[in-house]
Design a binder for this molecule. Structure first.
Ligand code: ADP
Ligand code: ZN
Length: 721
């Protein structure tokens, strides 16, 4: 009897058994179409005996419909899916879905018709046609994509196609990517870099699991160094995955990669067009995508012949996914490397405490790059004490920082002001009645954005125009902005240094690879004097003429007071400081703070990372926090406040009493309303040896809730709101 157990793409259902029809060839990992009730759902044939489920009588089994024309998911990827679901207490189907992340790819080989300008002109020119023709020079894409690029309707373009102004081009959806060449432009490495690169290359050649922590100061050439093991993998015809924390960083990375290897890598991120997704997915599965650079979702791509995984800026919190399957891409990357038996490199100038602890324990091999490339010095870091140097009312830049900015401007050098707050002001209120603008869906203030004249919620995306009158008391012209965002700092720079050319760099302004590239080009050409930016500009960028970094409010990150606040502040400031003085000219960093004596700030100014990590490690040990203990957050939510509260209390009453775990809560979450859902939290703090996931499953599993209640489990949480 030919039966198989399948993981079906329905998180509410467990694995199901199916009959394999005569003549259908399936094995573990095959992607199949499964009948489910009247519908057909996607499924993956799983290894027999690994998924629990009821045995259904043979005659009741329904036959599989078809096998989809893609390679079977490999055993290491199946193990990774199992591990991720188990470790993060997530449904297997939800994790597996991340591996089959391109619907188009599953349909098999195909061609599509794209269009490009033929050079001809329409019989009758209209403003829209004119605009389309101007916008689409050098572009080739489907009508729909071209319409998006040109900002005209598809109808306009179809008209142009009918007249031959746009000509059709048949393209193979899976046309191969240009080949990267290992020896295209081999750099001359410094002795330190060479030593590091050699160790990493040896590991790639060995083809075994080997985790490395590449710990190098900012500007030490970590990228240059890990390019060598990538070259080694290319020589062995093995695939490489490079994870970057932000799409905004990929542009700079692509250029460097192309300079080194003669061709761009394959990109993977959430805003790829669906045709690009399917092409990338299929090339990864076929083994022809040599190097994939992507955001965390690239981790679950079906690599045919992986040889190396790199996680750049590995400490970054954006590697933690905070909805859906709540996984940490850094940790999953290490697990994937383990299942695939390949080396993994975690590169960072400010590693996560957890990673350093793994290195100290000998689990990760630590490789140091202690000096900047080309003899550049690390910048001098000093504080500006805001309790003494008070900026004027409605101002945030203290005199010493303004003076330093003026100096740079006079010398034709560049400066970067860092404030991790988008928009103009984090709170808007009515001077007359005190009304505060709040999001209707979240317990959060609306943030004013002056560029777009909108009030926006940074949690749910709710937006409204800035009204002329107070919506509460009806008074006109009475709204006041409270506190600064980057846009307001940019205004202050313009006021204090009228001739300075200012660029506000945030996820609002660098929201596409093209815009990010444009930003880099402007700064490199010297068209920008002062960059005002959020955490987006704290890493990856290399601007030799940038010699001053000002941290507008170092205390901001410490206020939340969560477990990782100090570490995150340290990392952020050390990273942004690392943007200064990367070229021949020395860099200077000024940190504005009301607490110059705080251990984080003192460690930064003293350049004493070891002292900071030692103190932070001790604090974590005392608190039983990671890496010494384990945390898990349980977030209970519902659109109905009392339903959420009842569910949270039901869970609270059932909490187990155990020597190895303490459970706190339930309590209303700090963000007690988010996207229209009321939220309660519980927190589990367990000993390292505790079987945390088993405890949680045994506790939460039997409790039933109304359909509107969601219970999210966040293992190793980063967010405490
Ligand atoms: P990190 O990632 O450690 O901050 P990068 O890899 O960005 O450092 O290197 C900093 C700068 O130094 C880059 O412009 C890089 O091209 C340059 N660089 C580093 N090592 C070398 C080398 N061996 N040869 C030439 N340029 C190098
Ligand atoms: Zn909101």
């Amino acid at each position: 009897m030919n039966r198989v157990r399948c993981l079906v793409f329905n998180s509410a259902l467990g694995p199901l058994d199916y009959r394999v029809p005569e003549g259908m060839a399936v094995g573990p990992g095959s992607v199949v179409a499964c009948p489910l009730g009247p519908r057909t759902v996607l499924g993956i044939v799983w290894d027999s005996g690994r998924l629990p489920g009821a045995e259904v009588a043979a005659e009741k089994l329904r036959p599989l419909r078809e096998v989809l024309p893609v390679p079977a998911l490999s055993a290491p990827l199946r193990r990774l899916i199992e591990w991720t679901a188990d470790y993060y207490c997530a449904p297997l189907a939800a994790v597996a879905r991340m591996a089959l992340s391109s619907g188009g790819a599953l349909k098999g080989a195909a061609t599509t018709t794209e269009y490009r300008l033929s050079g001809g002109l329409p019989e009758r020119m209209t403003p829209q046609r004119q605009a389309a023709i101007e916008a689409l020079e050098h572009e080739q894409a489907t009508i729909r994509e071209l319409a998006g690029m040109a900002g005209v309707s598809e109808g306009v373009l179809r008209g142009l196609a009918n007249q031959g102004v746009l000509e059709p081009v048949e393209v193979d959806c899976d046309r191969p990517y240009p080949l990267a060449r290992a020896d295209f432009a081999v750099p001359e490495l410094t002795a330190d870099q060479r030593g590091a690169a050699d160790r990493l290359c040896t590991a790639v050649t060995a083809g075994e699991f080997a985790p490395f922590l590449l710990d190098g100061v900012t500007g030490s050439g970590k990228t240059e160094t890990y390019f060598e093991p990538i070259a080694e993998a290319l020589r062995m015809e093995r695939q490489v995955l490079v994870l970057l924390p932000e799409i905004a960083l990929t542009e700079a990375f692509l250029r460097r990669f192309e300079d080194r290897f003669g061709a761009a890598p394959v990109l993977w991120h959430s805003s790829l067009k669906s045709t690009e997704r399917r092409r990338a997915w299929r090339a990864v599965a076929a083994g022809t995508a040599q190097v994939v650079v992507g955001a965390r979702s690239a981790l679950f791509l079906p690599f045919a012949r992986p040889g190396l995984i790199v996680v750049d800026e590995a400490h970054e919190i954006s590697f933690k996914q905070d909805d859906g399957v709540r996984y940490n891409a850094r940790d999953v990357a290490v697990m994937r490397a383990r299942f695939e038996s390949v080396p993994v490199i975690l590169a960072s100038a400010t590693p996560a405490l957890e990673s350093l602890a793994m290195a100290e324990a000998g689990t990760y091999a630590k490789i140091d790059l202690p000096a900047r490339f080309g003899g550049a010095e690390l910048p001098a870091i000093a504080t500006v004490d805001l309790t003494r140097e008070k900026p004027g009312r409605g101002h945030w830049l203290a005199e010493p920082l303004v003076a330093a900015l003026e100096e740079r401007l006079a010398r034709g050098e560049q400066a970067l002001l860092f404030l991790n707050r988008r928009g103009y002001a984090p709170l808007t209120l009515c001077r007359n009645c005190g009304f505060r603008f709040q999001c209707p869906n979240c317990s959060a203030w609306l943030v004013e954005h002056r560029f777009s004249s909108r009030l926006a919620c940074h949690h749910c995306g709710h937006e409204t125009a800035v009204p002329e009158r107070c919506p509460e008391c009806g008074e006109p012209d009475c709204l006041v902005a409270c506190g600064p965002g980057v846009e307001r700092i940019a205004d202050e720079v313009a006021e204090r240094l009228p001739e300075a050319r200012v660029f506000v760099a945030t996820s609002d302004t660098l929201n596409s690879p093209g815009r990010a590239a444009d930003f880099v080009a402007q700064v490199e050409s010297g068209a920008v004097d002062v960059i005002v930016g959020t955490q987006l500009v704290t890493k990856g960028f290399h601007f030799p003429e940038l010699t001053l970094v000002g941290v507008v409010d170092a205390d901001l990150g410490l206020e939340g007071g969560d477990l990782r606040a100090a570490e995150r502040t340290y990392q952020q400031i050390a990273q942004v400081a690392g943007r200064a003085g990367r070229g021949a000219k020395p860099g200077e960093v000024l940190i504005q703070t009301r607490h110059p004596e705080a251990p984080v700030i003192a460690a930064l100014t003293a350049g004493d990372r070891d002292a900071f990590y030692a103190a932070e490690t001790e604090a974590r040990r005392m608190a039983g926090a990671p890496p010494f203990g384990r945390w898990a957050a349980i977030v209970v939510s519902s659109e109905d406040e009392s339903e959420a509260r009842d569910a949270a209390h039901r869970i609270g009453r059932a909490k187990p009493v155990l020597p190895e775990a303490t459970i706190y809560g339930p309590a209303p979450a700090p963000l007690s309303l988010l996207r229209g859902r009321y939220r309660y939290r519980l927190l589990v703090n367990a000993r390292r040896s505790a079987q945390l996931q088993d405890i949680i499953r045994a506790w939460l599993g039997p409790i039933e809730h109304p359909a509107g209640v969601r219970v999210g489990v966040d293992i190793d949480p980063y967010s405490f709101v």
